[in-house]
Design a binder for this molecule. Sequence first.
Ligand code: ATP
Ligand code: MG
Ligand code: MG
Length: 415
Amino acid sequence: MPINTGDVLKNQYKVCRKLGWGHFSTVWLCKNLYKNGPKYVALKICKSAPMFTAVANDEIRLLQETRTVNPNHVGYKNIVQMVDTFKLISENGVHNAISLEIMGPSLLHLLMQSDFRGIQVAAVRRIIFQVLRGLTYLHEECHIIHTDIKPENILIKVDENYIKKLIGQMERFSEMGVDLPRSYVSSEFWTKQESSLHDSEEDIIPRFGEHRASSYPGNMYFSEMTNYRERHSQTDFSTPMWVSPNIEIKIADLGNACWVDHHFSPEIQTRQYRALEVILGAGYSYPADLWSIGCLAFELATGEMLFSPKGSSEHSANIDHLCLIWETLGGIPKYITETGTEFKKYFANGHLKDVPADNLRIWKIEDVLVEKYKWKRLDAIPFASFLSSLVEPDPALRATSSQALNNEWLLSTDI
Ligand code: ATP
Ligand code: MG
Ligand code: MG
């Protein structure tokens, strides 16, 4: 639906600029003109075709649940909550509109900013802790499986004043009659490369300290921080701490989520974060999300995906994926290789079919961390053990989110 900056929707939301988009929607940063409620929201405007409307209706139901079930739960604030929902009519039909708490860039932006070298372990711990707390709320209180935990869907909280400042800059430009390029107004907010809107005032609190030499082009959010560093060159940034330990995150995009007792699809999750039982067609429940968190934690710490299967078809990608899982875990128990609707395609007698054992190179997470990523063995052992509790082939033995929250690695403060 055609939306322009400056439009006021529902007599309440003034459109400031585009924040991002996905398969189902476009998301806009809006000012809330009402006194009640947050000053800014992210307004997700869903496409109008019946298939998209049905998905949006499910997403709204799921968001209503997470908003109301138990606001006092510790994990409540780690889920991006819905503020309001309404319908918009365009020449294309009816669009669901969902206003959400406003958030900043995603963990994918953070990884890009690290040049895919990974972020400081203390920050990984803090992020994963919050993701697990949010999941505890989704699982234990709301009975919802997220099914799409990955860096893009975990958003970083930004200060409302920061948003206000960015919008203020844009408004000043428009008052001055400066026409902002269309590409500026409608491209993804946090990956913008233009630096023309930076000003030199010093009142922006950096959320990140040092960042390793990055070839990733500056964007509004991150180059503000870099500018801050340059202006404070006497400050000691020598600690390899380019993510503030105070980083706060929330889980976003319930667009693929489902109820534990009412699934919408037999196949879930983005390929690299897909749990073994999903690949095998063995059914899924809450543990599928925990598998994805194991993949996410590894990726944040190293900058690289734990499993990155190749393959030109679903079938060949599955074979490659199963080989990677086998090599990383040092095998898959025979009883697991006999579960699901798909196992006969891939396994015979507890072994990968058509893959000679000699072609598999067992390389367990602990050794990968030490040999490839040059971790100290003493640091690698507890982290690998944490990951193994999540990337556990048997969903019944996999750590639950509550159990993972009590893991030694997560609770330790030594790194
Ligand atoms: P997908 O194809 O991933 O299912 P979708 O149409 O369901 O996409 P979302 O993933 O919810 O849409 O949102 C699209 C993008 O909009 C996100 O990747 C993010 O950049 C931005 N976005 C979404 N929600 C927010 C929010 N609450 N605050 C800030 N930005 C947001
Ligand atoms: Mg998404
Ligand atoms: Mg979605």
